[in-house]
Design a protein around this ligand. Structure first.
Ligand code: AMP
Length: 143
């Protein structure tokens, strides 16, 4: 039987990236979290059961090595709005990832992704409930 793809890539293991990684892996998704600094993975919660890979999320060769073509959801959560806009557009336009989100700290940067199918997430405004609504993924423990 055809199984829905469950691979998720999260770029940047800061506060937002690490907590989303923990929650999504707890739900049974196959999560790969990437960060250019090994030390960042210390922020991952004990519940995280995915893969952590050191690398530059803006590097397409690296993204191919971690199999970006087979992920259905990509979240760019580095600490640079410009990098997140670039990385998320790469995921969407080159690799055709179904759902792509970019963390933006400065709402004015939204103009950079306005004409794309990338959705912006604003950590200052985001709550887990809002992410659930936006993504259609629910964190309620019903299994
Ligand atoms: P924070 O601002 O605490 O949410 O952390 C953001 C994380 O993004 C840091 O751990 C950075 O090392 C990471 N980061 C920044 N740029 C990149 C990049 N190009 N590729 C992967 N990770 C990155």
């Amino acid at each position: 039987m055809f199984q829905k793809p469950k691979n998720i890539i999260i770029a940047g293991c800061g506060r937002l990236g690490s907590s989303l990684a923990g929650k999504l892996s707890q739900l049974g998704y196959h999560v790969i979290i990437i960060d250019k600094s090994e030390e960042a993975f210390r922020k991952l919660p004990d519940t995280f059961s995915g893969y952590q890979v050191v690398g530059d999320a803006a590097n397409t060769e690296f993204l191919e090595r971690i199999d970006i073509k087979n992920c259905f959801l990509f979240i760019a959560t580095t600490n640079s709005d410009n990098a997140n806009c670039l990385i998320s557009q790469i995921a969407k336009n080159i690799y055709k990832v179904e759902k792509v989100y970019a963390r933006l700290d400065d709402a004015e940067k939204q103009i950079l992704i306005e004409d794309s199918e990338v959705e912006a997430i604003y950590p200052s405004l985001l709550s887990i409930e809002k992410f659930e609504k936006l993504s259609g993924i629910t964190f309620k423990e019903d299994f």
